[in-house]
Design a protein around this ligand. Structure first.
Ligand SMILES: *Cc1c(COP(=O)(O)O)cnc(C)c1O
Length: 389
């Protein structure tokens, strides 16, 4: 372990079979034996995240000239992002350790997840966010009734402040003093991909990178399933996706560095806007070991990525999902990923929370008076422009 670096949870795995997992709950708690929780977590849990859909994206694949693409759609979680998974594991441990107040430093989605889970568990919550967050993430946190503290600074300022607060208050910060538990929750996204593919691993996975934790834990999940004999060994290349306006890990990858130089974030992908990512070096290790890559895309490309996924598959991703789709397109264009590779794209959040990103480019096709003739005339106008009748 390194000072100030993330702590890893170690365990002795019992043997576990596919049948035991399949007989478990229809949520991430089916993998309870592989998580740092006491037996029976499912019964104690308030929210039941996970087992979100894995969607075969043939239309997207055709649009991109690729062969087999899947979208792991974590917008289907209780508060509409993958953060419900990490909070579930952290909260179970917070309760065991006797914390009465649950807290976090958040780029938005974690605030939603902590506030909701605390409400359901009957615990107090104090969540800290940058004050410039999307309205859709402020409202969807405040509604749960905990304390929401908006900090006039970046996420990295928020995180630093929370480390100080955690040192003097008896609060369970899910991503500070409970972080090792929190991080393990992300593994369940990887377990589900393998199980939903029919107990096998894909050729590649593309993960959005904020702190870098999710990316490293999906890789860990695949390695665990392999060593437990739940899947046959198969190399999965792990790719990382960032927005150019906050791309310190992508830059380190490109420059061949094994450390990450912090940046000041400036991007519409606010859920990924961590300028000083705690797990950045570990994400670099995973990507290099598995022969993946990390790329970054402009905010305009993020919006195109959101709209491409929506238009081809009927899935409305948040900005982080747009980053992943756009990064996949860029990797294909640059020849950094084989179009024949079976790829799983992680959609970690819901577009309804980041409407601001697409609002300027998505409005009514036509606005007409309530008259048949007016509609006919206006529709003929767009039909002539190539829209199908
Ligand atoms: C937090 C978050 C991520 C990335 O998480 P890390 O584990 O910190 O890299 C990705 N997508 C969304 C939508 C998030 O909220």
């Amino acid at each position: 372990m390194e000072c100030f670096g993330p702590l890893e949870v170690g365990y002795e795995y019992d043997t576990i079979t596919r049948q035991q997992i399949q007989a478990g709950p229809s949520s991430m708690w089916r993998y309870e034996a592989l998580l740092p929780v006491a037996p029976g977590a499912h019964a104690r849990a308030g929210l039941h995240p996970g087992l979100t859909r894995l969607v075969r994206a043939d239309n997207l694949a055709a649009a991109l000239g690729a062969r087999t693409v899947w979208v792991k759609d974590d917008s289907g979680n209780p508060t509409h992002s993958f953060k419900d998974r990490v909070v579930a594991v952290a909260l179970e441990n917070a309760r065991r350790l006797g914390y009465q107040t649950i807290a976090c430093a958040s780029t938005g989605n974690l605030a939603n997840a902590v506030a909701a889970a605390a409400a359901r568990a009957g615990l107090a919550s104090v969540v800290f966010v940058p004050s410039n967050l999307e309205a859709g993430k402020i409202v969807t946190t405040a509604v749960y009734g905990g304390t929401l503290v908006a900090i006039e600074g970046t996420y990295d300022d928020v995180n630093r402040l929370c480390t100080e607060v955690a040192a003097c208050r008896d609060w369970g910060f899910v991503n500070v003093n409970l972080r090792p538990y929190y991080a393990e929750g992300s593994k369940t996204m990887g377990y589900e991909i393998a199980e939903q593919l029919g107990w096998r691993l894909p050729d590649a996975v593309i993960a959005p990178v904020a702190s870098g934790s999710l990316l490293t834990k999906v890789d860990k999940a695949f390695r665990e399933f392999t060593s437990l004999g739940l899947v046959d060994p198969h190399p999965t290349a792990v790719y990382g996706a960032q927005a150019t306006g906050c791309s310190p890990v992508s830059r380190a990858f490109r420059e061949g560095q094994d450390f990450v130089t912090p940046v000041k974030p400036d991007t519409i992908a606010k859920s990924l806007a961590i300028g000083n990512p705690a797990d950045g070096p570990f994400a670099l290790d995973v990507v290099r070991r598995t022969e993946g890559a990390i790329e970054d895309v402009s905010d305009a490309e993020v919006v195109e990525g959101i709209r491409l996924l929506a238009r081809t598959e009927g899935i409305f991703a948040e900005t982080a999902g747009g980053v992943v789709v756009a990064t996949y397109r860029k990797l294909l264009r640059e020849g950094l990923i084989d179009p024949r590779a079976e790829v799983v794209l992680l959609n970690t959040g819901d577009g309804l929370k980041t409407l601001d990103a697409v609002q300027p480019s998505c409005g009514p096709t036509l606005t007409v008076t309530p008259s048949f003739d007016a509609f006919q005339a206006a529709f003929a106008g767009i039909a002539a422009d190539g829209a199908s009748a």
